[in-house]
Design a protein. Structure first.
Length: 189
């Protein structure tokens, strides 16, 4: 598969015509993509749950009450009971299970990072999600060919600092596209 370009550390941006309720107007950070498939975390789908509820379920007490109000995101339709934390990697050596996504982003699934966040000792930037988006071998490539997705390099500013309701358009703007103006699939007649 030499001709395949893997999308690690890329935003996968849903085209306006993608009507799957799991991905309508979504932005997903691609964490792993190889010839066996792909795994990403959707970054613009806050749930009704906040981090305080997660802490309570896990018996963790937060030092900073503001931390309790941090939104928890729907990371995707797969394993929605499992937590994933996208974060800046400055403290990666402290966590039991971190994998680098890039030089500036890691993905961790262990409880120890949540305990540190609750104590105010966690990474500077983080996003907590339940579940992930997954694709089998060749599935994502077929969806891209069918004009379901755009992709562009991840910008930490979009991931951690852009208001949630603006992330879809902000990610597409990186390509010079006003995605709200796209209504028809392009390139296939």
């Amino acid at each position: 598969m030499d001709s395949v370009t893997y999308l690690n550390n890329q935003f996968l941006i849903a085209m306006p015509n993608l009507n799957d309720p799991n991905f309508f107007h979504s932005v997903t950070l691609m964490c792993q993509h190889n010839d066996e498939g792909a795994l990403g975390i959707t970054i613009n789908r806050p749930t009704a749950m906040d981090l305080g509820e997660i802490f309570m379920q896990m018996g963790i007490t937060a030092v900073d009450p503001v931390c309790n109000k941090t939104p928890v995101f729907a990371g995707g339709p797969v394993q929605q009971e499992r937590g994933f934390i996208l974060h800046s990697p400055e403290l990666d050596s402290l966590w039991e299970s971190s994998i680098p996504v890039s030089d500036t982003i890691s993905l961790t699934t262990s409880k120890d990072i949540l305990v540190a966040i609750a104590k105010g000792e966690g990474p500077k930037n983080f996003l907590v999600a339940l579940g992930y988006a997954g694709w089998g071998e060749g599935q994502l490539e077929k969806e891209i060919t069918a004009n379901s997705w755009l992709h562009t390099p991840c910008l930490n500013n979009v991931l951690f600092n852009t208001p949630v309701d603006q992330r879809w358009s902000a990610a597409a703007n990186q390509l010079g596209i006003d995605i709200s103006l796209l209504t028809m699939p392009a390139g296939h007649g």
